[in-house]
Write a protein that binds this ligand. Structure first.
Ligand SMILES: [Cu+2]
Length: 138
């Protein structure tokens, strides 16, 4: 019986290896999925950091638009916006017309900065207007 089992193993050595590799890849894929999901969550909750010196906002891309696409900031405190690595192409050309901002943010480290002096609702967009959102200054 033991010989029979060993013979079976020898007949299908590739099959076992293939199954192992598949299982391994599925685990890796699952890990990457959870990891990137976790990152996206951080962007949502940790978006605006107002320490009375600067309000930092990181925008990503979701459903072909900036995410979040409505942001709230406090008037009179500088706002710094950068775009994470999910933002590509013309979405990296960032425009806030009301504050005279039009800049290509080539990397996630690049940013635009301005002081939202007046309360109100303003529009931000990419240079072609495909992606757009609102900045509510309170
Ligand atoms: Cu665009």
């Amino acid at each position: 019986m033991a010989d029979g089992a060993r013979a079976k193993e020898r007949d299908f050595p590739m099959k076992n290896t293939t199954i192992f590799i598949f299982a391994f890849l599925i685990i890796i894929a699952g890990g990457i999925f959870l990891f990137t999901k976790g990152e996206a969550k951080q962007d949502i909750t940790g978006n605006v950091i107002a320490n009375n010196e600067i309000q930092k906002i990181t925008l990503g891309i979701k459903n072909y638009n900036y995410y979040p696409n409505t942001i709230k900031v406090k008037a009179g405190i500088p706002v710094r916006i950068n775009l994470d690595e999910s933002v590509r192409g013309c979405y990296r050309s960032f425009v806030i017309r009301d504050f005279g901002i039009a800049k290509r943010l080539a990397t996630p480290e690049d940013y635009v900065e301005f002081i939202p002096s007046k309360k109100g609702t303003y529009t931000f967009a990419c240079s072609m207007g495909m992606g757009r959102g609102k900045i509510i200054v309170e």
